[in-house]
Design a protein around this ligand. Structure first.
Ligand code: RB5
Length: 149
């Protein structure tokens, strides 16, 4: 059986309970989860957390990253500043599948103030189960990596 991909996981203070639920769920499914916090009750800026998880993915230490804040938006913006990161915020399973299939996303952002635990776990599963389709999408993804002026 192939080894389950290692997943970087983090949040800011607005999303700690949901992050812990995701960590427990993924661990129970056999994923190696690198949860870099923060601990309950600790206030932590989302840019620092998003960047740290993104660097773990960009370096190859983790295959995917799952990051959370209140909306998912701020931490996604921070993660996408790291070269090689393609992160989308998802509040539905269709988007979670599509950012893997068409955009080869390597990180998923969630908003803990938007999605409940049940939906969040389904979004995470949709993201991890989907495969990049390559083909015509590969050239477009390569264009994302081309620095703009
Ligand atoms: C924290 O209150 C909130 O601003 C943060 O979690 C996030 O939603 C930012 O994008």
């Amino acid at each position: 059986m192939p080894t389950a991909p290692r997943i970087a996981l983090t949040s800011d203070h607005a999303a700690i309970p949901l992050r812990l639920a995701i960590a427990a769920h993924l661990t129970a499914q056999g994923y190696a989860v690198a949860d870099i916090g923060p601990a309950e009750g600790q206030s932590t800026p989302y840019p620092e957390q998003g960047r740290a998880a993104a660097q773990m993915v960009a370096s190859g230490e983790c295959r995917f990253g799952i990051i959370l804040c209140g909306t998912g938006q701020g931490i996604m913006m921070a993660a996408n500043k790291v070269a090689g990161i393609r992160c989308g915020v998802c509040s539905d399973t269709f988007s979670a599948r599509m950012i893997r299939q068409h955009n080869d996303a390597n990180m998923l952002a969630l908003g803990a103030r938007l999605v409940g635990e049940g939906l969040a776990l389904e979004i995470v599963e949709a993201f991890l189960a989907a495969e990049f389709e390559g083909g015509r999408h590969a050239a477009r993804v390569a264009m994302i990596e081309t620095p703009a002026g």
